[in-house]
Design a protein around this ligand. Structure first.
Ligand code: PLP
Length: 376
């Protein structure tokens, strides 16, 4: 059965919503996932994949990135075996804002007959417009052979509220395979998609006794779906989606460049490789960058801490457009840390610093879980 399933694209589709679509227990898929399947992701891929792997007990291989901080296609190729169901490429990766080589990964997935999921969570509402505007963005969508699913977070650069994301599949076969149908006592049909689906199937069941969902969340809340539409309209300046998003994209791409220049002008700092979009990661060889982060946090800036190398990133949004001229807070923070090395009281630098240095993942997990548990 395992061999059969290996070639079965619609079954594999159950894993290609990467993040949260499991199989149907009745068909034995779930147990197959548990016992055999693996996904391979670059180290720069988002932690959502670890979460999915942990929830569904899928074996996860995280492969170190290459010297350019992108997916190491050769190393991923060497890791693929008959249990591999999916590889992932990010456009761009969350930590450093750098785009993986989607064409090479697509070729690899296609020739290995496995699914390839493109994580366009951050780039979904920026890259298509940036490309049209002439920024050098390599292909990242279904035009690339081998891409089987794409995930775009609306709740990031699409601008609606949290909890809204879109998953796109290359074909209906894969999408249909994500449906989970359950016989229940409930008479509650949660979403119009189910009705359309049942109608399309021309089914003769008493469908009020079935529950069909395409999503991990049992009720994909219509309020959220409406809010996506409403916000897309507003963000896209009513019916001119493209014009609105293009204008936003141009502004944040330009601001990112200016931020990169501002950081480069501070000699204590370095930028991690070459950011492709609007996420700029930077670190320092001479001072503790996490202490810089603590000072910036106390002044109202929200940057994310990263490791390997220790660095922090700024995710540039429209809010940064009016304040970009001034790098005073960053300059001051760097000078303060340089003159007074040592943890800022109440800051997170010691936690990040310690976690980065501990070789034992279990210890790091215990430390962080205890810290979070105690603090909220
Ligand atoms: C945000 C993000 C995700 C998913 O995170 P959610 O907040 O749970 O939607 C996945 N990948 C990347 C690259 C992201 O930036």
């Amino acid at each position: 059965m395992k061999d059969e399933k290996r070639k079965d694209v619609s079954w594999q589709g159950k894993c290609s919503d990467t993040v949260y679509i499991a199989g149907s227990e009745a068909e034995g898929h779930f147990s197959l996932i548990n016992e055999a399947c693996s996904m391979i992701i670059p180290e720069s891929a988002h932690s959502a994949y670890d979460k999915a792997a942990q929830y569904f007990n899928i074996k996860l291989w995280r492969i170190p990135v290459n010297k350019d901080f992108i997916a190491d296609v050769g190393a991923i190729r060497r890791c693929i075996n008959r249990n591999t169901i999916l590889i992932v490429g990010s456009t761009p990766g969350f930590p450093h804002g750098i785009i993986d080589s989607i064409e090479e990964l697509g070729e690899l997935a296609f020739s290995s007959e496995i699914c390839f999921h493109v994580d366009l969570c951050l780039g979904g509402f920026v890259l298509p417009f940036a490309r049209k505007l002439g920024y050098p963005i390599p292909p990242f969508d279904f035009s690339v052979k081998g891409v089987t699913s794409i995930l775009a977070d609306v709740h990031k650069y699409g601008l609606p509220p949290k909890g809204t994301s879109i998953v796109l599949y290359r074909n209906h076969e894969i999408r249909k395979a994500t449906a989970v149908l359950v016989r229940t006592h409930e008479v509650n049909i949660g979403h119009f998609v189910m009705l359309i689906m049942l109608h399309k199937l021309n089914c003769s069941w008493d469908f009020l006794h079935f529950f069909l969902t395409f999503y991990f969340l049992t009720y994909s809340c219509e309020v959220l779906i409406n809010s996506i539409l409403f916000n897309l309209m507003a963000a896209g300046k009513q019916n001119q989606f493209v014009a609105g998003y293009s204008e936003n994209t141009r502004e944040i791409m330009e601001v990112s460049k200016r931020i990169q220049k501002g950081i480069k002008d501070i000699s204590e700092l370095f930028i991690v490789e070459r950011p492709d979009m609007t996420i700029v990661a930077f670190g320092s060889n001479v001072i503790d960058i996490f202490e810089v982060n603590d000072i910036l946090s106390s002044k109202g800036w929200h940057l994310n801490a990263l490791q390997r190398p220790n660095s922090i990133h700024i995710c540039v949004t429209l809010q940064h457009v009016p304040v970009v001229e001034d790098f005073k807070d960053l300059r001051d923070a760097v000078q303060t840390v340089k003159q007074n090395p040592g943890p800022i009281s109440g800051g997170l630098a010691p936690i990040y610093g310690a976690a980065g240095k501990m070789p034992d993942r279990v210890m790091v997990q215990e430390l962080l879980v205890d810290f979070m548990d105690a603090s909220c």
